[in-house]
Design a protein. Structure first.
Length: 140
């Protein structure tokens, strides 16, 4: 005798309903559900990070920013968060916050930005605000 789980169709129907509702809400509110940070907007290779040595440096709040023009129509972000900053959870949380601020606020094309935190997680307050202000100072 074959046993059939009754909860499987219910679970599939529930997840389908949730997906449809999210899509309808996003369509009505004109929200982009794909808010990813694409690879084209990241500094990824060793050459990209080495080229940043020739960039301009500013210290702003809890961050050191190195930036330079990249002769492209896309701004890119590099993050160098060492273990001195904090544990893996703290480092990943900071990187998520910085990527989100960069994605939403960096409107000036053609700039590479490398971010290096100079304080550890216990001393840093409002990392996203500090980074937002630092980006504003670069745009000027």
């Amino acid at each position: 005798m074959v046993s059939v789980h009754v909860w499987q169709p219910v679970q599939v129907a529930r997840s389908l309903i949730v997906a449809v509702l999210k899509a309808v809400i996003a369509f009505l509110l004109k929200i982009d559900l794909n808010q990813r940070f694409p690879k084209t907007h990241r500094l990824r290779s060793k050459d990209d990070f080495s080229a940043m040595r020739k960039g301009r440096r500013i210290n702003f709040g809890a961050f050191r920013l190195v930036y330079r023009k990249n002769h492209s129509d896309v701004s890119r972000l590099g993050l160098a968060v060492s273990r001195k900053y904090g544990n893996a959870v703290q480092r990943n949380r900071l990187k998520r916050q910085l990527r989100d601020v960069f994605r939403t606020q960096m409107k000036m094309p053609g700039i590479d930005v490398l971010v290096i935190p100079i304080m550890n997680a216990t001393k840093m307050k409002n990392a996203a605000d500090d980074f937002s202000q630092a980006l504003a100072s670069i745009r000027q």
